[in-house]
Design a protein around this ligand. Structure first.
Ligand code: DSN
Length: 418
């Protein structure tokens, strides 16, 4: 691994080696994470890092684009085929810049946008006051029903009729249930709004066809590639043909500069891989593992937000255990299980403390963990929650996580031996 850096900068090498060990020895359950394939690692560090390129195939601002043109055209065709989309733009750097690209293509400063509240499942880039774009566009928010903890479509419709947004956004980073895209599409059309779905978290499940796709209903679909899609740190946008020109202009020069051809190459590989049976089987198992984890945690007395999950995210309300999300996250970290504290709907606690945690099952599923291991993880989580500050309890739990994860390699043995 990193054979040149090892010699020229042992300090950086040591940090990267430490991170490899951390990932190998921990049970990684951050819902926005996955394990990139060795091909994605290779392509993300490929020769394309030397190439600066702006514009689109056939209309570039720099010469020497012949191979890059072939790459981008191949990637666009693969993305369109994988998701059944009419147009794809692969130049954005991440899910966040994918959202900015859509805004730049159809919104003018001061335009209204209706999106899901961040603390009930949305995303920072959907108009949070902490995000720069909240000063550019006027946002209003819909949320979930207090009883069902699922999207309150009646409230969404009412708000859309009163607020008359130019864009309605669905999707986010901590919503564990399916979304009725058809209904939101109808609401958007009835008020003359564009409909955008941010499918960053669920794009792998959509690609595999194991949950419904927003593509037939949304004018724009944005995504990152690192979550269930299990790709490089990047993003992409899909849209209807009629918006293709506006979208491409909104991305470049509208919101980004030169593209990152290294991660572009990795995405092109990914869009082929995500069409395979192998990928589909992993995604099927993600759904099974998520449902089982929710059920097991519930049987240990945890409250599961909305009662279950339809995707890779399990949202857990810790109030029945009398602990905060912050404490549980930190105690789990000490035993080698990595999750993140997260606000739950109508959370009385601040985002820095929270009453809940968000747990994701993508990485562990890729690694091969199934029913027995999910049961063991739920049991360890319960033990940690029962006495989260007792060092000897945490020590016993750590031994169990180390034993469990040591049986499942992160990468095939010898992958990083040069
Ligand atoms: N929004 C963050 C998350 O879901 O973890 C990063 O994409």
């Amino acid at each position: 691994m990193l054979k040149y850096t090892k010699i020229s900068d042992p300090e950086v090498y040591g940090i990267v080696e430490g991170e490899l060990k951390r990932q190998e020895h921990n049970i990684e359950m951050i819902a926005s994470e996955s394990t990139a394939s060795l091909e994605i690692m290779e392509l993300s560090g490929s020769i394309f890092t030397n190439k600066t390129l702006e514009g689109y195939p056939g209309a570039r601002f720099q010469a020497g684009s012949y191979e890059a043109d072939r790459l981008e055209i191949l990637g666009i065709e693969r993305a369109k085929a994988l998701f059944g989309a009419e147009h794809a733009n692969l130049q954005v750097y991440s899910g966040s810049t994918a959202n900015y690209g859509v805004y730049a293509s159809v919104l003018k400063p001061g335009d209204r946008v209706l999106s899901m509240r961040l603390d009930q499942g949305g995303h920072l880039t959907h108009g949070s006051p902490a995000n720069f774009f909240s000063k550019v566009y006027e946002y209003d928010f819909y949320g979930v029903n207090k009883e069902t903890e699922q999207i309150d479509y009646d409230e969404l419709e009412k708000k859309a009729k009163e607020f008359l947004p130019k864009l309605i956004i669905a999707g986010g980073s901590s919503y564990p249930r399916l979304i009725d895209y058809e209904r939101i599409c109808k609401i958007a059309k009835s008020v003359g709004a564009y409909f955008m779905v941010d499918m960053a978290h669920i794009s792998g499940l959509v690609a595999a066809g194991v949950i419904p796709s927003p593509v037939p209903y949304a004018d724009f679909v944005s995504s990152s590639t690192t979550k269930t899609l299990c790709g490089p740190r990047s993003g992409f946008i899909l849209c209807k043909k009629e918006y293709a020109k506006a979208l491409d202009k909104g991305v470049f020069p509208g919101s980004i500069g030169s593209m990152h051809l290294t991660t572009m190459a990795a995405k092109v590989w990914l869009f082929k891989h995500a069409a395979t049976e192998e990928f589909k089987n992993v995604m099927k198992q993600v759904l099974a593992n998520g449902k089982l984890l929710a059920k097991e945690l519930e049987s240990h007395g945890f409250r599961i937000v909305s009662g279950t999950t339809d995707n890779h995210i399990v949202m857990v309300d810790l109030r029945s255990k009398g602990i905060s999300g912050k404490l549980f996250q930190n105690s789990l970290d000490k035993v080698g299980i990595t999750v993140n504290k997260n606000q739950i709907p109508f959370d009385p606690a601040s985002p820095f403390v929270t009453s809940g945690v968000r747990i994701g099952v993508t990485s562990i599923t890729q690694r091969g963990l199934k029913e027995n291991e999910i049961k063991e993880i739920a049991d360890i989580m319960d033990k940690v929650a029962s006495d989260p500050e007792n060092e000897s309890n945490l020590f016993e739990c750590k031994k169990r996580t180390e034993k469990l994860i040591s049986e499942f390699s992160l990468y095939p043995t010898g992958s990083f031996n040069d």
